[in-house]
Each structure stands twice: as C-alpha cells, then as structure tokens.
Write a protein that binds this ligand. Structure first.
Ligand code: SF4
Ligand code: SF4
Length: 392
C-alpha cells in the first residue's frame, strides 16, 4: 500500500461505469450490494445497472427499513446487514478429507480460493473490520492459508459514508466515515448542483494504475472540499458514540455490575449480534465419518459465543447463563481484546444494535455499566453466577 496523500480524480457516473467495466475486464468477479427481498445482499454484479438506486435506509435499535431517497444515489444508505467477512471467512469451510487406505489414512486438503474478486462498496468500518480479521488470520502465530489466498487476490473499492445510520458510531472509534487505509480505490459519491459524480482516491499501486486509465479529470480543490465537508457532516450526525478512554479499565472494574443481569433479562441469546458482526470469528470444528468408516472429513463452521455449547468443556458449560455469555461477548470485544491484540474488536458499524431483535444496544449498555452501582440485593442470575456457574 502507498503512503501519503493521493491526488484524487473526479469521475462522472459514466466514468464510474467505465471503471467497473475495467475491473471486470481485468478478470475480477465484481461483488456489490444488491437488493434481495427488502435487504442488501452482496452478490456478483455486471455494473452500475445492478446497484440499488435512490434507496435509503433508516436504522435504529432492533429495527431497519428501506426508504426512497427521491434521488439517483447509488450508495445513499448506511452500512447494511451483510459484511464482507463471509468472502474471506465463509460460514462453513471444508478443512480436509480423509480416505482409508490399506496402510492408514490418506488426507487431502481442499484447494485454496484464488478467484480474483473485487469488492465494491466496502464501508470504512468494514475496512477496519478486515484489518481486525487480518490480525487473527494473517498476523498471528498461525496463518490461515484460505483466508490469506482470498485476501491477496481481492481488490477493495471502498465507499465513504456521507449518510450515517442511527446506530453507527464509527466516528467515535476513528474507523469512519472516511476510509483511511486498506483500500485500492476509495470513492465518495456526490450529488451536487453540477451533477452526480464521484471523488476517487487511490490507496495502492493497483488502484493508482486503475484510476490512471480512466478519462476522469483531477478533482478541483473545491470538489475535494465539498466531499470533505459531506464526510465531516456525516461524522457529526452519527446516531451513537462510544467513549473509548478508560473503557477497558471501566469494564474490568464492573465485572460484577448489576446491569449485566438487566441485559440478560432481555437478551434472547439468539447470537444475531455475533453473526452480523464483521469481526466475530468464533467457530467450531466438526469431524464426520461415513457409515462404512472409510471416508472422513473435517469442517470449520461459524459459531457464536451465545450458545451454551460453545463454552462446553469436559462435562459442562463454563458460561451457562445469558448474563455470563453477554458479559463474555461484550468484555471480549471492548476490553480483553485490547490485552490480546492491542485494539478493540469493535469498529462501530452498529449492526449488532440494529439487528438485535430486542434492540440491545452496546453503546447504551456500556454507558449503563459505567454508572457506579448502589448496593442492593443480587438478582437471581447474579446469585446463580456467584454460586460458581460462570467463568465468562
Ligand atoms: S444481544 Fe440481542 S442479538 Fe445478541 S444474543 Fe442477545 S438478543 Fe440476540
Ligand atoms: S460489536 Fe457491533 S458495532 Fe461493533 S463491530 Fe460488531 S456488530 Fe459492529
């Protein structure tokens, strides 16, 4: 990746369409946001005509709805439910197959994914989420070759957010609404008096080469200023925020806070929050054998820490209550993760808030946990945990 400020390009809608055509001509499978049954889904697209047009999205805790914008914007909505995680960390992956031979077992590894994919519309928070996943799958002691192969071939076209959602809080975490790194090309969509255009910035040599082949002209200072202003306005209109100073220390100090039980009384332990989260990567590994005993396989399957089974260890679950499981999820993301990886495991996308069926709100729960407790009798879940059922 290149460093330093890049000269930006002004692309008309037609030039943006030419850019997408170039990406496909280079052999990339172009994945972009599409609308399927009232929600956004990342699928292969042929070009601009496949992108939703004039669609906005209202998000609040436990709810979202699509709304017409009354214009031609192609990216005029905040981050939707699907993240890009499944491209690199699919919900299920075959790890190996085994065949019994006369002398034992022959083990075969499946081929790595090397399909060149171009991701169109990666929001800044999702760029930050991919960086978090890179720490796990690329920069730790064990590299995941499947993740690595797909990551190396992917072209990333980011789209900055000029329309934040009601549950977004990336501005307070420094992960948006403008992409800082981790992209090949970053776009800011603008609808102004002089038309529908994009400010395009290169973030890598590959991105620079792509942009250099386009007919768009260099952006004028006033056009760059207009895009910067739109992004600054978006940062100022985020629906939520999270104060990160002292967050880890505060959560460690509130490990027995009564509010954990209050959240647990609402939490369905459905795991939606972890499933939509772009950084959660809990999984289980399943081995299976055919009936004749001569074929076996091992699969990695996405899991969530909200199930009792996820923390089952030699005869019991160490996090048997919803209180323990929610506490584990939240403190791992915002506190213990900092000790493990030196960063938060949250990028402020707000998905866990919007897609929680009962509207449990990470930012609001942290605010409540930061309020010092007044002494009182323990609730039933607290007594249960205090009896030694939870190590979460
Ligand atoms: S916090 Fe919400 S989404 Fe997460 S497990 Fe509980 S009910 Fe489900
Ligand atoms: S914890 Fe919630 S807000 Fe943070 S990255 Fe995950 S889904 Fe987004």
């Amino acid at each position: 990746m290149a460093t330093g400020p890049e000269p930006s390009l002004r692309l008309t809608l037609e030039e943006f369409a030419a850019f997408l055509a170039d990406v496909r001509r280079l052999g990339f499978t172009l994945l972009g946001p599409t609308l399927v049954q009232g929600d956004f889904v990342h699928r292969e697209i042929a070009g601009v005509a496949d992108l939703p047009r004039g669609v906005g999205m209202v998000q609040e805790a436990g709810t979202f709805r699509l709304v017409p914008r009354g214009d031609e914007a192609l990216f005029g909505y905040p981050v939707g439910q699907p993240s890009w995680k499944p491209v690199f960390f699919p919900p299920e992956r075959l790890l190996w197959t085994g065949r019994r031979t006369g002398r034992g077992w022959e083990i075969r590894l499946p081929p790595e994914d090397r399909e060149p994919v171009a991701l169109l519309g990666v929001r800044p928070c999702d760029l930050a989420a991919l960086e978090v996943l890179d720490r796990i799958f690329l920069h730790g002691p064990y590299v995941d070759p499947y993740y690595q192969a797909q990551r190396n071939t992917a072209l990333v076209v980011a789209v900055n957010c000029t329309v934040p959602g009601g549950t977004c809080f990336c501005a307070s975490l420094g992960t948006g609404p403008r992409a800082a790194a981790g992209f090949d090309v970053a776009l800011t969509e603008m609808l102004t008096g002089d038309g529908h255009w994009f400010l395009a910035e290169a973030g890598s040599d590959r991105g620079r080469r792509l942009l250099s082949e386009l007919p768009g002209r260099p952006a004028r200072p006033e056009e760059e200023a207009a895009a910067s202003q739109a992004l600054a306005q978006a940062a100022g209109h985020m629906g939520r925020s999270l104060k990160t100073a002292g967050l880890k220390e505060d959560l460690y100090a509130r490990y027995e806070h009564r509010h954990w039980a209050e959240v647990a009384a609402r939490c369905l332990t459905c795991g939606n929050c972890a499933m939509v989260c772009p950084t959660c990567f809990c999984h289980l590994v399943e081995d299976s054998l055919n009936l004749t005993g001569d074929r076996a396989e091992r699969r990695r399957i996405q899991d969530v820490c909200f199930t009792v089974a996820h923390s089952y260890i030699h005869g019991g679950s160490v996090r048997s209550t919803p209180r323990a499981r929610y506490r584990q999820w939240l403190t791992h993301k915002l506190a213990t993760w900092q000790d493990q990886f030196g960063c938060l495991d949250c990028v402020g996308c707000g998905r866990c808030i919007t897609w929680c069926p009962v509207g449990i709100d990470l930012t609001a729960e942290v605010t409540a946990l930061r309020v010092p407790e007044t002494p009182g009798p323990a609730g039933p879940e607290e007594r249960h945990d205090q009896a030694g059922a939870s190590a979460g």
